[in-house]
Design a protein around this ligand. Structure first.
Ligand code: PLP
Ligand code: COI
Length: 372
């Protein structure tokens, strides 16, 4: 990626007393996913009258909000999720920061929120990672998960786009999203509930999409499953995605394998990992396809051996194999239920680029400057 000129005025307030190395390393040894945060955050304010202003970097702290703030009542909010990786040469780089900045703008537009300029999104990351660089984990499979988010702060119960908005960026040193790492997950096909319908907000990263899935996730857990697979709203037949990940199917084996992922219909999130895997899959010599796959085709394909593997992919999940599927009337295994060779080859290719262990031929890594 091209270096971006730094030009937004930022007020910088560094934490007076930083946490010592021993305590930081104790926390970084076993952070879990999204449980701990670095020592600073980025904040900016927007108003209809003045646009974006008061950009600041300050110590991480809680937020005070009026109970009448619109976000509590009508959920006008968006977020992103992206990762910074410790590089083999000691630097820090962020995977596809520009694509996440662009999706943040698209989600904001859909939620009638103001669009944060992509240069401010990148500058916010550069500034936070420059000051909290020592919080970027170095262990394999660990990374700095970055969570930009924006929400409506106008105090009113009238339903309209907020006249004032806050943007934040926080950083969470994290290990794998699934505590079991790359162990295959079992998924639940939800035939009663719907995540998103045409014309809705399914392709925006907004909290309501996730809140609406929580009850169904609890049902999946009751059935002994780890995740929900959402089907289309009209027929409850066509596979769309998972609660926080896209899905790929592997047809065939070895160098003749074909990767198929559900096409973007407007109801599923346009995953940035999904997009990267379509490119990497092609680079590795596989046929790749955005298509349509029904639950029957999935089940019958596994029975006949036509489908050899399936996996979930996303920023948090990286590539997580799917080992088994359950629905109200059916249960089946994918392949022998273990991680498949194609999934693991793609995973390695992706992780190598993210870690700076392989040439970044698509220009996906944004190198974070040591100081801003
Ligand atoms: N689908 C949903 C609903 C998600 O929340 C995510 C995670 O961001 C994904 C798919 C995967 O997207 P990405 O690869 O951009 O993280
Ligand atoms: C991500 O992968 O970044 C996501 O937003 C998924 C989330 C459910 C953790």
């Amino acid at each position: 990626m091209k270096a971006i000129r730094v030009e937004t005025p930022f007020k910088v307030t560094a934490k007076a007393e930083r946490l010592g190395r021993v305590e930081r390393e104790r926390i970084l040894a076993n952070p879990g996913f999204g449980n701990v945060f670095s020592e600073h955050l980025i904040h900016a304010t927007w108003s209809k009258a003045d646009g974006w202003h008061d950009h600041e970097l300050r110590p991480y702290s809680s937020i005070q909000l009026d109970p009448g703030a619109l976000v509590f009542h009508y959920s006008q909010s968006v977020f992103e999720g992206l990762k910074a990786f410790h590089q083999q040469d000691g630097g820090v780089a962020v995977f596809r920061a520009d694509a996440h900045a662009a999706r943040f703008r698209r989600s904001s537009r859909r939620l009638a929120l103001p669009e944060l300029p992509e240069s401010t999104f990148i500058e916010a990351i550069d500034r936070l990672l420059a000051i909290d660089r020592e919080w970027v984990p170095t262990a394999a499979e660990h990374s700095m998960y970055l969570r930009p988010f924006m929400y409506a702060t106008e105090v009113t119960l009238a339903v309209h786009p907020s006249a004032t908005v806050d943007f934040f960026l926080i950083a969470s040193p994290s290990s794998s999203y699934f505590p079991s790492g790359v162990k295959p997950v079992t998924v639940w096909l939800s035939e009663d509930f719907t995540r998103a319908a045409r014309g809705g907000t399914g392709d925006a990263k907004t909290g309501g999409n996730y809140a609406g899935g929580l009850l169904v996730h609890a049902q999946a857990v009751e059935q002994g499953c780890d995740q929900v697979v959402w089907l289309d709203a009209a027929e409850h037949r066509w596979v769309e995605e998972m609660g926080g990940m896209n899905i790929f199917f592997v047809y065939g084996n070895g160098s003749g394998a074909r990767l198929v992922t559900p096409a973007l219909t407007g109801t599923l999130l346009q995953g940035i990992t999904r997009d990267a895997l379509l490119v990497l899959g092609r680079d590795l010599g596989y046929a790749v396809e955005e298509g349509r796959i029904s639950t029957e085709e999935w089940r019958e394909g596994c029975a006949s051996g036509a489908i050899s593997e399936a996996f979930a992919c996303g920023t948090a999940a990286v590539i997580t194999p799917i080992g088994a599927v359950k629905s109200k009337g059916h249960a089946w295994k994918i392949g022998d239920g273990n991680p498949g060779p194609v999934s693991m080859k793609l995973r390695q290719a992706l992780v190598d680029i993210q870690r700076g262990a392989a040439h970044d031929k698509h220009g996906w890594m944004h190198r974070v400057p040591e100081s801003v």
